[in-house]
Design a protein. Structure first.
Length: 276
């Protein structure tokens, strides 16, 4: 309850949570509100929003219902964001925990690997992976997770470097606990709060990366996606700008919501604010 009270004190965080819940509601209700295939032809192409009461947000340049694609695309974006974030955080925790706990040559080796991944911008590395292995939505999700783990590894390493010489760790060593137990049962729970907060950043970036791929026609075209819808509208952007603008606005609000939730978690989990 104290955590919820601290979170609720941040109006921006509450707004962010409402935005995220709205997107989740869209994803959960998509099949009920729009039971048909969102990629099937629904009407005359390029109908403006509210011109036809059947199509709240109009139709795209192939006659597909934009509202149906927005609602079903919420599933795609949330699933990609969540799964990619889990992959990135898990890789980052393992690499960062081992690096920070052992130090020495192990730390040097793992940090050189981390720096190698950071040599190229993550979107450029993602383009290379998708070009080599294909644009199936499952692989795109895994690839986004693979290119997103280095910052979480550095954050985990920094936390472990701070905690590994604390008294409770020394007590665990005296009790004869194995390294794996100390790392994952004792130190990691104390290092998790900033990692959880950073997960919101990874999720926001993952949604943007998938949308950028879809805009470049490098994501799975058989999946309803906000990025695919933006990409479909780029050919008619000057005249029928709404085709790209509507999903772009939804992406903006979703990323903003996730970012504000992360900010709220940071304030609520920050031990310096617990007494306020």
């Amino acid at each position: 309850m104290a955590f919820l009270r601290r979170y609720a004190r941040n109006p921006a965080a509450v707004i962010g949570l409402l935005l995220v819940l709205a997107v989740i509601g869209m994803a959960l209700s998509a099949s009920w509100i729009f039971p048909r295939d969102p990629l099937s032809l629904a009407g005359r192409p390029l109908q403006w929003p509210m011109d036809n009461p059947r199509f709240w947000l109009g139709t795209d340049n192939t006659g597909r219902d934009i509202a149906a694609q927005i609602f079903h695309g919420a599933r795609t974006s949330l699933l990609i964001g969540f799964v990619a974030t889990v992959i990135a955080i898990l890789i980052g925790i393992v690499v960062g925990a081992i690096s920070g706990f052992y130090g020495g040559w192990v730390d040097d080796l793992l940090m050189r690997v981390t720096e190698a991944f950071q040599t190229l911008p993550n979107f450029l590395l993602l383009l290379v992976l998708v070009a080599v292995f294909g644009s199936n939505i499952s692989f795109v999700t895994v690839a986004i997770g693979i290119v997103s783990w280095p910052p979480s590894a550095r954050l985990t390493r920094a936390e472990f470097l701070t905690l590994r010489h604390r008294e409770f760790v020394q007590a665990c060593r005296v009790l004869g606990m194995r390294d794996a137990q100390i790392i994952f049962r004792e130190i990691l729970p104390n290092a998790l709060p900033p990692i959880i907060v950073y997960a919101s950043v990874i999720m926001a970036v993952a949604i943007l990366l998938e949308s950028a791929l879809a805009f470049l026609s490098l994501s799975d075209p058989n999946i309803p996606s906000w990025g695919n819808l933006i990409g479909a509208g780029k050919g008619v952007l000057r005249v029928h700008w709404y085709v790209s603008a509507i999903p772009g606005l939804v992406i903006l609000l979703t990323v903003l919501g996730v970012s504000l939730v992360g900010q709220g978690l940071n304030d609520a989990l920050n031990p310096r604010l617990k007494g306020r």
